[in-house]
Design a protein around this ligand. Structure first.
Ligand code: 2P0
Length: 324
């Protein structure tokens, strides 16, 4: 009998950002974060045990991968094998259903789906908290993608490998959208992991980021629970710009902005000046994601398209957690 596991998980966008680690070995975040899981960005993963393999084989969208992504996938499978008491290698097939071939991070949905599909394939009966902790070890934002709706991940205490994310409010709690404007189709030059390590190592603004991030997180959390878009939006923008400011002050600078990024940020400001409540956030890349009420999403999308700063614009809604 083929031993196979499959899972689907959605990517997420942080409203309060994670940037920096309290424990590099266990990949624990230095600050708390809160995200929305997004229905439009889905990863599907199938893990198949194969006694004929001498090493785990990792395929993304049908193409065999080597390098960092494959190494991290093998490390995850190694942890699951240890739990299962198995020495059999596996084939990992991952397909990303993302708006375009490039630009948006798939590691969150990818490692969330891999943790679940891997556990099923190896017959490990792991609760969601354990899958979330495994996903976190591979990519901290992935811990949040096991859950749907609005999800938080606390800062980690060094040495605590049990840290997992938890739900703040489900996907139906609040009728908001995230409008995703891709500023470019180029691959980013600096990964999140390298960017945050460089920031921590060399940026004089990193201690300031560590000092202000928990306050922004609390504001975002309270605003989400109160369904207060202005409160969430203002704190989210503060979290975003403080994170990017800390990265920009690294030596050499960790800069994710592109020229088109500024065009899109201006567009969101002018939407607000016209009375549409829309707020910007950015991750470790040039793209701008705009939080707004669902009823304003089409107007926001049309404005971002008209600005000329985007190569692609998509609307995402709060999405579900893991499905198997
Ligand atoms: C976040 N980002 O909270 C932040 C905001 C990007 C900017 O989590 O080193 O892939 O694998 O734990 O989770 C992206 O970084 O980093 C990220 P690792 P990860 O969503």
């Amino acid at each position: 009998m083929t031993q196979q596991g499959r899972a689907r998980a959605c990517a997420n966008i942080a409203l309060a950002k994670y940037w920096g680690k309290s424990d590099e070995t266990l990949n624990l975040p230095a600050v708390p974060s809160l995200s929305i899981t997004l229905d439009a960005l889905v990863t599907e993963t199938v893990v198949t045990l194969d006694p004929g393999l001498f090493e785990d084989e990792v395929l993304f969208d049908g193409v065999v991968r080597s390098g960092d992504d494959a190494t991290r996938a093998r490390e995850m499978l190694g942890r699951i094998r240890e739990r299962a008491g198995s020495a059999v290698c596996a084939r990992v097939e991952t397909v990303n259903h993302f708006p375009t071939a490039s630009g948006l991070a798939s590691s969150a949905s990818g490692f969330a789906a891999l943790a679940a599909a891997g556990a099923s394939a190896y017959g490990v009966d792991a609760p969601l908290e354990l899958l979330s902790a495994w996903a976190r070890r591979s990519s901290a934002s992935a811990a949040r993608s096991l859950y749907g709706g609005f999800v938080e991940l606390s800062a980690g205490l060094p040495g605590d490998d049990s840290l997992s994310a938890r739900v703040v409010a489900d996907a139906h709690h609040w009728d908001v959208c995230v409008v995703i404007a891709l500023a470019s189709l180029e691959r980013k030059k600096t990964s999140s992991r390298d960017g945050m390590l460089e920031t921590a190592r060399t940026s004089p603004f990193y201690p300031a980021w560590l000092a202000c991030a928990p306050g922004y997180f609390l504001e975002v959390r309270e605003g989400v629970l109160a369904r207060d878009l202005e409160r969430v939006g203002e704190a989210m923008e503060a979290s975003t710009f403080a994170m990017h400011a800390s990265a920009l002050a690294a030596r050499p600078a960790v800069r994710y902005y592109a020229a088109a990024t500024a065009v899109l940020l201006d567009c969101v400001e002018s939407l607000r000046a016209r009375g549409i409540a829309a707020y910007s956030t950015m991750d470790a890349g040039p793209h701008v994601k705009v939080l707004c009420m669902a009823g304003d999403a089409l107007a926001v999308r049309d404005a971002l398209v008209a600005s000329g700063g985007a190569v692609d614009v998509r609307i995402a809604r709060p999405g579900p957690g893991l499905t198997r």
